[in-house]
Design a binder for this molecule. Structure first.
Ligand code: UPG
Ligand code: MN
Length: 740
C-alpha cells in the first residue's frame, strides 16, 4: 500500500441501517397521524351540547391532558429514531506511540464505607494498565471522603501495579482489572494458557494480589479509631504515589498516580461529583495538563484495555476533531442477571437513544467512560483575554492560567520537577471558586445532581459535538444497582437533576441557540423532561379505574370507529417496543420488564424527583447526592439472580405502588361485575383492558403480597397501610370524578 493511500484510510467509519431508518420513520409518521385523530376525537367532546354529554368534565379533562403530555413526550422521543448510526474504529491506523497525545484519567470516589476500597483500587489498576504508553497516562483519584483508607489503598495498588502491569503487557491479558481477571478462569490469553512460565507467573501474581488485598484490609482495621476529620470536613491532601525503587524487580514504567482530596467544609457547598471533577481538572492542569481526559466512576473499571486508542480514532481525526468535545462509551455492567428484572442495564438508553443522538450531533455525557477534550471545558474564554479578565473567569491561580496558554504541553511531569504544593493547595481549597465562573461556564456544571447531562447540554449550546463509541467488546464494565432500593434512590436523584436542568436552567426547546437543530432540541427535551411521565401515569392508574366503578365511560365504544384509533395506537406502540427490544438482543420478557419498571419508576421516583426539583426551586430543600451503595449484599444478590423482586424498600416507594395495584384490582373486579350485570362491555372495554394490562404487567407485586414467603416479599403491615391509602384515594376521588 502506498503512503498516500495509507494517509487517506479513515480512522473510523459510519454504518447506517437503511431498513431500520425506514421502519422508524414510517412508524413515526403513521403513529403521529393516529395521534392527530385521537386529539380530534377528544376535541369533538367540547363541541357537544353540554346537556347531552354523558361524561363529566373533570375525568375527561384529566385523561385528555394526560394523553396530550404522553403524546408530546412520544414526539420528542421520535427524534432518537430518525437517524440512528453505528461506528467502527480502526485503532491500528493510529500514528505510532510517540505521536499519541497524553491522557489524564480522573477517578472519583466519595465514601470508603459505601464504595469498598478494593473495588475502587481495581478500577485504578485497570486504568493504569490500559493499552497506552504509560508515560502518557496520568491517573488522578479524587477522594471526597478524605479517607486515609483510600490513600493507603492507593499505595498498595501502586506496589501491586509494578507486578500487574508488566504481567498484563507480557502475556497480552485482555481483562486488566485484577479482581475480574482472577475470578474468571476464561480470561487467559489463548496463546499462553499452556505455557509453563505463564502458569508460574500467574500463580506468583495471584499471591501478590492476595497480599495487596490483605494490605487494604489491614489498613481498614487500623483506621477504625479516626480523628475529628470526616467526609464532610477535611483539609486538602495531594500526593503523588511513588516509592523508592526497592530493587525487588527491574524498574517498570508506570503511569503517574496522584491522590487528590479537596478541602471540604460543611459551610461551603462542594457540588458533589462535579465539584470533585473540577478540582481534578485544575490540579491536573498544573501537573500534567494532558489535552484529553478520561473520566471514570469508582465503580466502573476498564474491562478491556483498548478504549484509549479507540477514542483517539475520533479525537485525532482531523475532520472531526475541531468540534469534537468527547467520545462517550456505553455503560455496561458485569453484575446483570440473564433476565435483568430491574432493567438495570438501561438497555434503551445505551442502544436506541445514544445511537440515535450519534446520528445528530452525538450522545450526552453518561457520567463515566468518556474521553473529553480538555479545551472543551474551558468555556468561552478567549486566549487574548488579559490575565485580569481570566482571573474573574477561572480564579487567581497563575499556574492554572499559564496552563491554559501553554497549549497543553505537559510540564512538571516530564521535567521531573517537584509537585507545586502551594499552587495545588490553592486550587483545591474551598474558597478558590468563589466569585469565578467555575460550574457556571467553566468545567463541569453545578446546580444539578446530573452534572453529566447538564454539562453536555451546555457543550451542545456552545456548538460542540460528541461521538458514541460502542465497540463489540465492552470497554468499561460497571456495577449497576440491582435492587429496587438503590434504583429508586438513583432514579429519584436523576429525575430531580434532569428536571432541574430542563425546566429551570436551560429549557432546550426554547432557550438553546437558534442554530441548534430541531431534532437535537427534541432529544434534549425528552431527556430532561421524561420524569414528567409521572403525571399521566398517576392519572391512568387511578382515573379510568374509579370511573369504571361509577360507570363513567372515558373512551370510545368498541362499536365506534374511533375505537380503532385507540387500538391502533396501542398496538403500534407495543409492536415498536417489541421490535426494538428484539433487535437489540432482548426478548418479549425484556419488553414486559421495561414496561413494568417504567410504571414503577414513574409512580415513585419520577414523582419524588419532580417534587424534589420543585422544592429546590422554591428554596425548601437543599440539593443532595446520595451515592449508590456498592457493598454487595449476598441475600439481595441471590434474590436478583433468582429473578425475584426485592421489596425491602422504604414505604415511601412501596406504599404508592401497592395502593395503586389494589385500586386497579378492586376496580377491575367491581367493574367486571358491573359490566356483566348491566351489559356495558361495549362501552367500558378500553377501561377494562387498561386495568387488565396494568395488573398483568405488575404481577410480581401481587405475587409479593399474596404468594411469596421469603424476606423480599411485601409485608402485611405495608399491605394494610397501602389499603388505607387506596381507600382514602378512592373515597376522595369517587364523588369528584362522577359529579364534576
Ligand atoms: O459527592 C460526591 C458524590 C459522588 N461522587 C462520585 O460520583 C460517582 C457516581 O456516583 P454513584 O454513587 O456511583 O452514582 P450512580 O447513580 O451510579 O451514578 C450515575 O449517575 C450520576 C449522576 O447522577 C453520574 O455522575 C454517574 O456517572 C452515573 O454512573 C462515584 O464514583 C462517586 O464516588 C463524588 O465523587 N462526590
Ligand atoms: Mn455508579
Amino acid at each position: 500500500m502506498s503512503s498516500m493511500e495509507e494517509e487517506t484510510l479513515p480512522l473510523s467509519v459510519i454504518h447506517v441501517n437503511k431498513s431500520l431508518v425506514f421502519i422508524n420513520r414510517l412508524h413515526t409518521i403513521l403513529h403521529s397521524i393516529a395521534l392527530c385523530f385521537l386529539v380530534y376525537y377528544r376535541l369533538c367532546f367540547f363541541f357537544q351540547d353540554s346537556k347531552t354529554r354523558e361524561t363529566p368534565l373533570l375525568p375527561y379533562l384529566l385523561v385528555f391532558s394526560s394523553e396530550i403530555v404522553l403524546s408530546f413526550i412520544w414526539i420528542f422521543d421520535q427524534a432518537f429514531r430518525w437517524n440512528p448510526i453505528k461506528r467502527t474504529v480502526f485503532p491500528e491506523r493510529l500514528p505510532e506511540n510517540d505521536k499519541l497525545p497524553n491522557i489524564d484519567v480522573f477517578i472519583c470516589t466519595a465514601d470508603p464505607t459505601k464504595e469498598p476500597t478494593l473495588d475502587v483500587m481495581n478500577t485504578v489498576l485497570s486504568a493504569m494498565a490500559m493499552d497506552y504508553p504509560p508515560e502518557k497516562l496520568h491517573v488522578y483519584v479524587s477522594d471526597d471522603g478524605g479517607s486515609p483508607i483510600t490513600l493507603n489503598g492507593m499505595k498498595e495498588a501502586w506496589k501491586f501495579a509494578k507486578w500487574w502491569i508488566p504481567f498484563c503487557t507480557r502475556y497480552r491479558i485482555s481483562c486488566r482489572c485484577p479482581e475480574a481477571y482472577f475470578s474468571d478462569s476464561q480470561n487467559d490469553g489463548d496463546d499462553f494458557s499452556e505455557n509453563v512460565e505463564f502458569i508460574a507467573d500467574k500463580r506468583m501474581i495471584k499471591e501478590k494480589y492476595e497480599a495487596f488485598k490483605e494490605g487494604i484490609m489491614r489498613v481498614k482495621e487500623d483506621q477504625n479509631h479516626t480523628t475529628g476529620i470526616t467526609g464532610q470536613n477535611h483539609p486538602s491532601t495531594i500526593e503523588v504515589i511513588q516509592e523508592n525503587c526497592s530493587g525487588e524487580i527491574e524498574q517498570v514504567k508506570l503511569p503517574l498516580l496522584v491522590y487528590v482530596s479537596r478541602e471540604k467544609k460543611p459551610s461551603h457547598p462542594h457540588h458533589f461529583k462535579a465539584g470533585a471533577l473540577n478540582v481534578l481538572y485544575r490540579v491536573s492542569a498544573v501537573i500534567s495538563n494532558s489535552p484529553y481526559l478520561l473520566v471514570l466512576d469508582c465503580d466502573m473499571f476498564c474491562g478491556e484495555p483498548a478504549s484509549a486508542r479507540q477514542a483517539m480514532c475520533f479525537h485525532l481525526d482531523p475532520k472531526k476533531s475541531p468540534s469534537l468535545a468527547f467520545v462517550q462509551f456505553p455503560q455496561k455492567f458485569h453484575n446483570i442477571s440473564k433476565n435483568d428484572i430491574y432493567d438495570s442495564q438501561h438497555r434503551s438508553t445505551y442502544t436506541v437513544l445514544w445511537q440515535g443522538m450519534d446520528g445528530i450531533t452525538g450522545p450526552l455525557l453518561s457520567g463515566t467512560g468518556f474521553y473529553m477534550k480538555r479545551e472543551a471545558l474551558y468555556g468561552n474564554y478567549k486566549i487574548k483575554d488579559t490575565d485580569f479578565k481570566l482571573q474573574e473567569y477561572v480564579g487567581t491561580s497563575n499556574e492554572f492560567i499559564k496552563s491554559l496558554k501553554q497549549n497543553c504541553s505537559p510540564n512538571i511531569v516530564t521535567d521531573g520537577n517537584a509537585l507545586p504544593i502551594k499552587e495545588t493547595l490553592l486550587l483545591t481549597s474551598c474558597n478558590y471558586e468563589i466569585g469565578t465562573k467555575w460550574g457556571k461556564e467553566v468545567g463541569f456544571m453545578y446546580g444539578t445532581v446530573c452534572e453529566d447531562v447538564h454539562t453536555s447540554i451546555m457543550l451542545s449550546c456552545n456548538g460542540w459535538n460528541s461521538v458514541y463509541c460502542d465497540p463489540p467488546k465492552p470497554q468499561f464494565l460497571g456495577n449497576s444497582a440491582t435492587n429496587l432500593n438503590d434504583l429508586f434512590i438513583q432514579g429519584t436523584r436523576w429525575s430531580s437533576g434532569l428536571l432541574e436542568s430542563g425546566l429551570t436552567k436551560v429549557c432546550p426547546l426554547i432557550n438553546c441557540p437558534l442554530r441548534m437543530s430541531l431534532l437535537l432540541r427534541f432529544c434534549l427535551t425528552y431527556i430532561t423532561c421524561f420524569p414528567l411521565h409521572c403525571l399521566p401515569f398517576w392519572c391512568f392508574a387511578i382515573v379510568p379505574q374509579i370511573c369504571l366503578l361509577s360507570g363513567v365511560s372515558l373512551y370510545p365504544k368498541v362499536s365506534e370507529p374511533f375505537f380503532f384509533i385507540y387500538a391502533f395506537i396501542y398496538l403500534s406502540a407495543q409492536t415498536k417496543h417489541l421490535f426494538e427490544a428484539l433487535s437489540t438482543g432482548g426478548t418479549f420478557r425484556t419488553m414486559i420488564i421495561e414496561q413494568r419498571m417504567r410504571m414503577m419508576r414513574s409512580i415513585t421516583c419520577h414523582l419524588y424527583g419532580l417534587l424534589d426539583c420543585l422544592m429546590k426551586e422554591f428554596g425548601l430543600r437543599e440539593a443532595s447526592f446520595m451515592p449508590t451503595n456498592k457493598v454487595k449484599d449476598e441475600e439481595q444478590t441471590m434474590l436478583y439472580q433468582m429473578d425475584k423482586y426485592d421489596f425491602r424498600i422504604p414505604n415511601m416507594f412501596l406504599v404508592p405502588m401497592v395502593a395503586l395495584i389494589m385500586i386497579n384490582i378492586s376496580c377491575f373486579i367491581g367493574g367486571i361485575y358491573r359490566v356483566l350485570s348491566l351489559g356495558e362491555l361495549d362501552k367500558m372495554f378500553i377501561q377494562i383492558y387498561l386495568m387488565a394490562h396494568i395488573i398483568l404487567v405488575n404481577y410480581p407485586i401481587i405475587e409479593g403480597i399474596v404468594i411469596r414467603k421469603d424476606k423480599g416479599r411485601i409485608s402485611p403491615s405495608v399491605v394494610v397501610t397501602s389499603n388505607v391509602l387506596a381507600t382514602i384515594l378512592t373515597c376522595a376521588l369517587y364523588p369528584l370524578l362522577r359529579k364534576v
